[in-house]
Design a protein around this ligand. Structure first.
Ligand code: PRP
Ligand code: URA
Length: 216
């Protein structure tokens, strides 16, 4: 199941437009803030599909029959571009457990690159709801490798994959390499093209650099 939230008019599209805008991107604090706000919107939309239960809550005037989340998800993100969006997800799922995975593109002399994972901090995932986010789903390689790495920490009951911008190729890569029925995708927008270097077109550029500065 793939949800493309940008297909409906909402503030999500305003924040994505700002995140893509080459002029607004000069303000890296605003870029991070937009990533965070988008994380909050995704959290709200995903929450509608999570299990809920009833709870009697004592107020100063009586008892209210309320609904609360039955269980807290584990939210996992890929360093480093994912950090601001992770913060947004955590603002809303404020009791969630957290996981961080480092994945980066190692560039080779012939111009190709492979994805390296060097660090993974994660609680047990057995039977938990996993929300795995990364703002950019370009080739899809980082997402699929990270998911496979996380499976060594237990088998989630269900996985929600979240990306602000995806390429058509990235979406297909995830669908091909993750077991169908085990995950739901939540995307802001899907762009048609990828450059030879694996950048989404029109995309927004390098999300990690825009949020945190250039790397060597
Ligand atoms: C970006 C992004 C994803 C990855 C997506 O990270 O945050 O992790 O690229 O590309 P893929 O779908 O082709 O794998 P990047 O390598 O730029 O690292 P950074 O977050 O440290 O800048
Ligand atoms: N990583 C990014 O940050 N942007 C892209 O377009 C592709 C990978």
């Amino acid at each position: 199941m793939v949800h493309i939230l940008g297909n409906q008019n909402s503030l999500l599209n305003q924040y994505i437009a700002e995140a893509r805008d080459i002029e607004i991107q000069k303000d890296s604090m605003r870029f991070r803030k937009n990533m965070e706000r988008l994380g909050e919107i995704f959290a709200y939309e995903i929450s509608k599909q999570l299990p809920w239960e009833e709870k009697e809550v004592v107020t100063s005037l009586g008892e209210a029959n309320c609904k609360v989340l039955k269980e807290q998800p584990v939210i996992a993100t890929i360093l480093r571009a994912g950090l601001p969006m992770h913060n947004g997800l955590l603002n809303f799922f404020d009791q969630a457990e957290n996981s961080f995975i480092s994945a980066y593109r190692k560039h080779h002399k012939n111009g190709s690159f492979t994805i390296q994972i060097e660090y993974a901090s994660c609680p047990s995932l057995d039977n938990k709801i996993l929300i795995l986010s990364d703002p950019m789903l370009a080739t899809g390689g980082s997402m699929v490798l990270t998911y496979k790495e996380l499976l060594s920490k237990g088998k989630p009951a269900h996985t929600h994959i979240v990306s602000i911008l995806a390429s058509v190729e990235g979406v297909e890569h995830v669908k091909k390499h993750m077991p169908s029925g085990s995950f739901t995708m939540w995307l802001g927008a899907v762009d048609d093209e990828l450059t030879a270097k694996g950048y989404i077109v029109p995309g927004l550029g390098d999300a990690g650099d825009l949020a945190f500065g250039n790397k060597l």
